[in-house]
Design a binder for this molecule. Structure first.
Ligand code: M6R
Length: 340
């Protein structure tokens, strides 16, 4: 049941703190699997991270973290696996909420034939993808009914942060704060609603970010396309001046996602967009971007992405509702995509 929430999506966003907590404690309870994954990753020539949709965005974020540590991490959209010659020296990380996505199954089957080892992260115990894997990691977000992935995405990111901390031999105890950070961000539901409702009146939007905020911008754009049917494109903020800025005219909405790490660079991009009379929005943590409208949150620097995730989900949710759509059942989409 929706337990008093208007839609499953909203309920599931609110379940994110618990989903993350259960995911982390579940992973720690199976610490041998984490250690096995770390061993495979540390002895691999390349780490190929493959997934579709929202799960791909979690994978992209993880790849950036690994690349920064000097790892050869290669994110691949599952349906684009063709002709990628992997070997037994490569390890594959497949991420999928359902564990049944055909694109991902096809990719890992091919990589397996090449002799690569497979680590999977799925939300369903013994899912098809888990069964194809050498190491089966799980998020424990519980069932997700809304077609739009919300709490499962947050849980994937948390699980991958945990894995990353093990890989880079960092203390992971700070991850226990994620739950509180999400709860804190959920207090800004009203602010997110105002932004979502404003966007619902627009035909197009850009979501711009840098670093770890880029996969979040991509996820924000996917979410609002998916349930609000609002055409939104995500772009690396710095790259936006190499083409996308041509579309920007008076009133064009540009939403900046700022996890706080690359604020000064983003501020320059904000000015560029303001100079074209865009309406600029900021979803910012710890440091102000000086956008026309800004939602400024303050949290632990290392976990700032977790304050942003619920906000971008709520923005899409309210844009969808304002347009009179059913966010739980977007047109043309299935919860699990088992076709090519
Ligand atoms: O079950 P999966 O994580 O493999 O699904 C992948 C995508 O189909 C999925 O994330 C899709 O993009 C969602 N509807 C996003 O909200």
């Amino acid at each position: 049941s929706k337990e008093g929430f208007e839609h499953y999506m909203l309920k599931e966003i609110h379940e994110s703190p618990i989903a993350v907590e259960d995911t982390i404690s579940g992973m720690i309870a199976e610490i041998d699997k984490i250690k096995e994954s770390v061993k495979l990753i540390n002895s691999a020539r390349r780490i190929i991270v493959t997934a579709a949709g929202t799960s791909y965005h979690a994978g992209l974020l993880f790849s950036i973290l690994l690349q920064r540590e000097g790892y050869n991490a290669l994110p691949i959209i599952a349906s684009e696996y063709y002709n990628l010659k992997t070997t037994e020296e490569d390890v594959i990380l497949a991420i999928s909420q359902s564990g049944e996505t055909l694109d991902v199954i096809q990719a890992i089957k091919k990589f397996k034939q090449n002799g690569s080892s497979i680590i999977s992260l799925t939300n369903i115990i013994e899912s098809a993808i888990a069964r194809e894997s050498d190491v089966k990691l799980y998020t424990r977000a519980g069932p997700e009914i809304g077609v739009a992935a919300t709490k499962t995405f947050t849980s994937q990111v948390a699980a991958l942060m945990l894995l990353y901390n093990f890989i880079s031999q960092k203390d992971y105890s700070y991850l226990s704060k994620i739950k509180e950070i999400i709860r804190y961000a959920l207090n800004y539901q009203g602010e997110a609603r105002l932004i979502g409702e404003e966007l619902s009146t627009k035909n197009n939007a850009y979501y711009l970010g840098r670093g770890l905020s880029l996969p979040l911008a991509m996820e924000a754009a996917l979410k609002i396309k998916e349930i609000a049917y609002l055409h939104a494109e995500a772009y690396p903020a710095g790259e936006s001046k190499h083409g996308p800025i041509a579309l920007v005219e008076k009133g064009f909405p540009v939403i900046f996602i700022n996890d706080g790490e690359l604020t000064e660079d983003l501020q320059n991009n904000v000015q560029e967009m303001k100079a074209r009379k865009a309406i600029t929005y900021g979803i910012s943590v710890n440091k102000k971007l000086n956008t026309d409208k800004e939602l400024l949150l303050t949290t632990d620097e290392k976990l700032s992405i977790f304050a942003i995730i619920p906000i971008i989900q709520l923005i899409a949710y309210y844009a969808s509702v304002k347009r009179g759509n059913d966010p739980d059942k977007p047109r043309n989409l299935a919860k699990t995509v088992t076709v090519e």
